[in-house]
Write a protein that binds this ligand. Structure first.
Ligand SMILES: NC(=O)c1ccc[n+]([C@@H]2O[C@H](COP(=O)([O-])OP(=O)(O)OC[C@H]3O[C@@H](n4cnc5c(N)ncnc54)[C@H](OP(=O)(O)O)[C@@H]3O)[C@@H](O)[C@H]2O)c1
Ligand SMILES: *[C@@H]1O[C@H](CO)[C@@H](O)[C@H](O)[C@H]1NC(C)=O
Ligand SMILES: CC(=O)N[C@H]1CO[C@H](CO)[C@@H](O)[C@@H]1O
Length: 312
């Protein structure tokens, strides 16, 4: 049975540690934290986790070193001590800290120099409150799928459904950032939409004589719930069609939505933002790229061709 050490007891580290503890009460869990007197640390020790204040001793006594921190400079200096470095030899490190693909490759090299037997880089794809529930979902990459299945999949099964993304240690971070990029694009568009809704609702309220105080009371939730969310939900699968046309370089397939028509639509959003006093900056760059494709090839193609201009 693998003994697990959890390094980093913030919101996410505590959720991971808590799930490991409760799902397998017979197997001990060691935790290490940078800061004294964190309520999260105390609740874990109360639940049976063993707190180890010396990081080298903590590493030496365990097989799987699970890392989930926010900022890694000090953790590197803690792990760089001669005793901690020596203790790392032969261990399995699973790093669930969010980072860039390049940082994942650098971390792999750093841990390999210290004789770590296996280094996996991963990402938690849900917020802490969903860790350990049926919705929980994690990405892992590095080494081989067989090494992942043999050494890590079972001991960490309780924290969430695992997707092994590939032997390239950078692949989990890349997949994670691709999903987050899509999510933040959705958020930035939603914030523009909310701004337009607030402007219009405030005018409606003012027209009814609720001047001043009326503006503070406008509620965008009904329009977001009844219009914005259903439209977005229906369009999410469209991203797969975009991806397929990118893979096939099927630039002429407009999927029924020619770029020229879409460009006019996005220009309407930006014009409304100007008219009403809403910051539409997040969509300006997209309009510029769509216009460039239309200038080069006309307006009959599809949105996927914009991807050509994204690689700088
Ligand atoms: N929260 C989410 O919704 C979510 C979702 C998916 C992925 N993640 C990822 O999970 C990771 C952790 O996030 P979190 O929400 O747990 O953050 P958090 O609650 O702020 O916790 C940060 C943890 O990192 C430790 N830490 C920070 N700098 C350190 C250092 N230099 N040396 C040693 N320990 C250090 C903190 O220790 P101290 O207690 O000593 O400060 C704390 O244990 C991030 O990579 C994040 O992107 C979070
Ligand atoms: C863990 O992974 C992140 C993201 O790949 C990386 O930036 C960091 O340097 C790694 N190591 C530690 C100790 O956090
Ligand atoms: C290394 C370190 O600071 N460990 C602390 C972790 O939290 C516990 C309980 O809050 C402290 O007693 C440790 O000193």
């Amino acid at each position: 049975m693998s003994r697990i050490l959890s390094l980093g007891i913030g919101n996410m580290g505590a959720a991971l540690a808590n799930t490991l503890l409760t799902s397998n009460p017979s197997s001990p869990l060691t935790i290490w934290n940078r800061t004294a007197d964190r309520p999260l640390v105390k609740s874990l020790t109360a639940a049976g986790a063993q707190l180890q204040t010396d990081v080298a001793t903590a590493i030496a006594g365990n097989d799987i070193i699970l890392i989930c921190v926010l900022d890694y400079d000090t953790i590197y200096s803690a792990l760089s001590s001669a005793s901690a470095s020596a203790a790392l030899a032969g261990k399995t490190v699973v790093n669930l800290t969010n980072g860039t693909p390049r940082q994942a490759a650098d971390a792999q090299a750093w841990f390999r120099e210290r004789g770590v037997a296996r280094y996996f880089d991963g990402a938690v794809m849900v917020p802490p409150q969903l860790v350990g529930t049926p919705h929980s979902f994690l990405l892992y990459s590095g080494e081989t799928e067989a090494a992942f299945t043999d050494g890590v999949a079972a001991p960490l099964a309780s924290v969430g459904k695992a997707l092994y993304t590939g032997e390239d240690v950078a692949s989990a971070a890349t997949d994670d950032l691709a999903a987050l990029a899509a999510m933040y694009g959705m958020f930035s568009g939603a914030l523009i939409g909310i701004g337009l809704l607030q402007r219009q609702l405030a005018k409606t309220a003012a027209g009814k004589g609720n001047n001043g105080s009326g503006a503070a009371k406008v509620k965008v939730t009904p329009a977001v719930e009844s219009v914005v969310v259903p439209v977005l939900t229906a369009l999410v699968p469209y991203i797969t069609l975009i991806a397929k046309n990118v893979d096939d370089e099927a630039w002429d397939d407009n999927m029924g939505n020619p770029l020229g028509m879409q460009l006019a639509g996005v220009r309407n959003i930006l014009q409304a933002c100007k008219d009403e006093g809403v910051n539409g900056g997040a969509l300006e760059m997209l309009v510029g790229l769509m216009q460039k494709v239309v200038d080069e090839r006309g307006g009959d193609g599809g949105v996927p061709e914009v991807s050509r201009l994204m690689l700088e």
